[in-house]
Design a protein around this ligand. Sequence first.
Ligand SMILES: Cc1ncc(COP(=O)(O)O)c(C=O)c1O
Length: 434
Amino acid sequence: MTELSNLQFDAQHLWHPYSSVQNPPLLHEVVSAKGVYLTLADGRQIIDGMSSWWSAIHGYGHPRLNAAAKDQLDKMSHVMFGGLTHDPAVSLARRLIDITDDALQYVFLADSGSVSVEVAIKMAIQYWFAQGKTDKQKLLSLRSGYHGDTFGAMAVCDPVNGMHSQFAKVLPQHLFAAAPTCRDDDDWKDSDIAEMRTLIKANHDQLAAVIVEPMVQGAGGMRFYCARYLRELRTLCDQHNVLLIFDEIATGFGRTGHLFAYEAAAVVPDILCLGKALTGGYMTLAATLCQTRVAQGISADGQGVLMHGPTFMGNPLACRVACESIDVLIESDWQQQVLSIESQLTDELHGLTSHPSVKEVRVKGAIGVVELNQSLDGLMDWLPGFIVDQGVWIRPFRSMIYVMPPYIISTEQLTLLTNAIKAIVDKIEDSGKS
Ligand SMILES: Cc1ncc(COP(=O)(O)O)c(C=O)c1O
């Protein structure tokens, strides 16, 4: 019997994100990656416009990250974190405390973004529980939000697009407020926060925390909103004794032009979730940081413990690479890189605003979004192939073609990416006519 090729075996046996085994997704096999390029099994090199879902900010195969990983492998790739500690974890915590706001002093190392959200939710509920406020177990989040795929995280994702219907009987029931519509502080409208205010006032006795993605709602709709919203939200949470969780799993580490998006609003959360770019996209690792009052509050009388402790917590290999990734970022001219990407994306995508298939073009930091008038879901039998034929890797979702390239992308490479987006939009327009 002839052996199945990787693509054939994959189609018969492997799940991919949000995929059907009866109608397996069109796939491209990657054999290696370097800089901004992915090399496919057929030899083609394509520019990664996605940074592997926000994570590979320095591109692939960075010599310093590679060296750190190899060095750490020779020392130890893993050791349990219960009862033991190690320099990679301590060094990472030092760095995270150093680069985030002074108020954030405690770090919980988690396995993935979703798990860091689970931990944030536990922190908030346990904090109030330890103060005797055992009714404060609900969360309040925004419509169009996305916080991950595990049950706790899923329960605070957008209730319509966030997979709630299939799991309705097992998902915790939380509260949702309208997503803000103000793009910048100049067009602030009080109505933007009205529902949030009403819900906080009416439910504060049961609310442990509000959780939002600051400034940019990512996978739930690629929506950008204004800093004032976060300032108003911080005030409301303080007035009504509700904790504030910022999920910066996508926005953290410079993507929006600030090292952390909360800096744009000068608002500090009680709890902060980080992930994705934490290891420069090398491996899975996330962190949940919190303020001293939250950490000390959970311990209350000295008896309370935070109820989480995964097997691979504080994995030394991941922590060591994360330390190196943070150093590479901080030592680089990342602000300038992100600013340049922002202005080039703005210039080169602007022309699409008047395209008949395009609803809106928006750019923030190193994020570019072209929202179309139609959903692209029905085009996925040919669209991924067409995109790769343009020499790029972009993965549209719903009605959006969006890019968040590695910060190291050159001007020429970024132009190839924006030209590809234009070709994709034209092709979609043509396909609608035929
Ligand atoms: C804002 C946000 N939170 C949480 C997550 C979940 O992270 P992970 O996929 O690492 O579990 C994501 C992933 O896209 C995200 O964008």
